[in-house]
Structures are given as structure tokens and as C-alpha cells.
Design a protein around this ligand. Sequence first.
Ligand code: PGA
Length: 307
Amino acid sequence: MRISIRQLQIIDAIVQTHSYSSAAERLHMTQPAVSMQMKNLESNIGLTLFERKGKHIVLTSAGKEVHRCSHNITVQYDDLLEAIHEIKELHHGRIKVSSATTANHLITQMIANFSKVHTGISVALDITNRQQLLTQLADMEPDIVLMGEPPTTMDVISEKLIPNPLVIIAHLEHPLASQDNIPFTDMEKYDFIIREEGSGTRATIERFFYERQIEFNSNLTMGSNEAIKHAVIAGLGLGIVSLHTLKLELEAEKLIILDVEHFPLQRYWHIVRRKGKHLLPAVAQFQKFMVQEAKRYAEGYQQFLKK
Ligand code: PGA
């Protein structure tokens, strides 16, 4: 006894449409081909599956029994096709990732480790500031974004990752370098080097000082965390940056984190995706990986926060 998947799909289609011609249309077949397949199947299994009731083709009682079992097979067959499609995409996908400048180190670590395991997936990365990330999200460009606060003005799906502590940094010989518990109000007396307009870090710092009515003095604006660190090391002022931008400098003892009241300022990294943008299996896989990696990454920074 031979029964093909195609024949089972035809049974499904006739049950749903109550007609051979509509079933044929649905399956992109001709009506005689559908009738022929059913005739062959019925004679092969020795059962009559359909009968005519008025204008409609309906299942016989034996047909109902057969359909109850055969329908499960067609559903599972569809699932199988879907799974094969997803496995193929998962192994050969291409992911467009955008990240906040400040998360540059974090995201590159994630991608490097992901690529070691998922060799068939290519990851295109764009590093830019918060303002640009918002524009990209509005245009539905990236598959996934790593950023500070998720936007509130568009439909997104966001997942909170790990803390993103902002710290105040100084060069090693700075008069505050050896002090503990520095009052936040003292910050009015110092000059800061600040990120460019559009940076999420900058917006957070400005809001924090403003809410506490502490004057924020800054004559130097720099377009990257790297530039800020160089300027701080050169003694041009204090900086406020994410701890996650500081690994190399802290390990090499090129600058120091000041012990200032209210700091580290606790922010969080978020994974953000636009609602309605198709979630490719490779992207879902990458997101899962980001969550695991981020935890490990955060642990690696704990040592720098101990006072
Ligand atoms: P940025 O990143 O300061 O590099 O813009 C932080 C954020 O997304 O808020």
C-alpha cells in the first residue's frame, strides 16, 4: 500500500474547500489530476473517502477516520519543511547589527565569539551614536541593535541586558585621584571632556547634573570615547564614560576611576529590535548568544568597581 504526502495534502484541501476544483486551485493542480489522485488512493487503500452531498464533496465516515490521522502527518510535514528552511537560514544567514559607540568593545567581543561557533553566518556591524541608531531603527535598517535606553517613540521589542556603569575618570596625578567619597557637588569645580551631541552617554550626564542643579563645565567636545580617554590621560580634564570602554586603560593603569558620590551612574544595555521586522533564525540565535556573552562580559568588569 503506497500513500503519498501529495495525496494527504489533497485530502486536506478537499476537506477545507468541499470541492475538487477548489482543492486543485489551492494546490496549483488541475481538477482531473486531483480526481485521479483520489481515485488511485481510494482503490489502493480499499476505502471510499469522499461522497457528494448536494453541491459539496464531504468525507465518508471511513474518510473521517483516515483524515483524522492523515491531517497530523501533513501538519508534521509542513513543520519539517519549515524546520529545514530555518536550519538552512541559521547556517547561512546574514545579520545586520548596529551598536552604540560606547558598546563597541562589548559588541565586537560578542561577534568574535559568535563567529567562531557559527561560521556560516556573516555579521555586518555598524558602530554609531544613539541619534543615528534611532534613525536606523526608524528606517527598519538593522536586524538588531545594542544601545542604552530603548526608544519610546517607536514600536520596538527590547530586552534589558547588563548594567552599563558610567564612571568619572581622571589622569593618575589628578588631585582627586587619591581621595575617597568625593562629594558630587565638588564636580562643579572641574572641567569635563564630553561626547558629541546625539550621544546617549552625554544626554544621561547632562540630565543627571541638571536634575541635581550642579553646573556641568565643559569646553571640550569629542566624537568618541577613545578621544575622551586620550584627552583625560593628557590631563585636559575629567571624563565621564562607560566602564565598558576602559578595560585596556585600567589594566595598563593609564587612568583612574574617581570615587565620587552617586557614581557609578547605573545605566543598562538593551537589545532592541523593530516590531514587525521579520526575525530571521540567525538573528534569534545571535540574540540568545548576546544574552549569555553579556553576563560573562559584565563579570569581567566587577574587579574594577571594587573600592
Ligand atoms: P553613545 O551610547 O553614548 O555612544 O550614544 C550610549 C547609548 O546608547 O545611550
